[in-house]
Design a protein around this ligand. Structure first.
Ligand SMILES: [Zn+2]
Length: 188
């Protein structure tokens, strides 16, 4: 009996998570905010209010936010040159090797994502310019300390993928860009 109750509880929690993530995938109640062809019919302030409900703790726990607008078929089938997947694969393998070396002496940490807040401070060093950029982003986007750590971890991973020893300003800027749902200005 206990097991059945436990299973039901697990299912309930999973449904709840799915519901929240699903909500997070809708840009607004009508679903057409930022749609290239259809018009969002949500009133002024509604989108902002809707987003503020799903943001915060849930968004804090997600490393990368990317806003995706619908793509029409001609764009999908256009012959834009794309990077070959075997090259991407090689880059990812090299990036993982750099991380394996970095954490070789630690039993429980194998990747940047697993770093503690203290490790982030030590390993994800940024220079004065970088600190200025991240400070500006924190203030403008109203980021939490948790989001700050995530930006640094993601920036470190972007730098690893570029085989760069230091986190350069472009790596940091890209990582900040992946917090797009934190943007206070998101809904205008
Ligand atoms: Zn809408």
């Amino acid at each position: 009996m206990f097991e059945v109750l436990w299973d039901m509880l697990v299912i309930r929690v999973l449904l709840c998570i799915f519901e929240n993530v699903n909500k997070a995938t809708q840009p607004c109640p009508c679903g057409f905010y930022n749609h290239p062809e259809k018009e969002c019919v949500c009133g002024p302030g509604v989108v902002q209010k809707y987003l503020s409900k799903i943001s915060g703790p849930l968004l804090d726990r997600i490393d990368l936010h990317v806003e995706v607008t619908p793509v029409n078929f001609s764009e999908l089938s256009s012959s834009r040159p794309a990077e070959k997947s075997n090259l991407i694969r090689e880059r990812v393998i090299k990036g993982r090797e750099i991380q394996d070396k970095r954490f070789a002496e630690l039993e429980e940490v194998h990747a940047n994502a697993q770093m503690s807040a203290n490790m982030v401070r030590k390993i994800c060093e940024i220079d004065e310019v970088g600190r200025g950029l991240i400070k500006q982003a924190m203030e403008k986007l109203g980021l939490s300390a948790r989001a700050y750590d995530r930006i640094l971890k993601v920036a470190r991973t972007i730098a690893d993928l570029a085989a760069s020893e230091n986190i350069e300003i472009e790596h940091l800027a890209e990582a900040i860009h992946y917090r797009s749902l934190d943007r206070e200005s998101w809904a205008g």
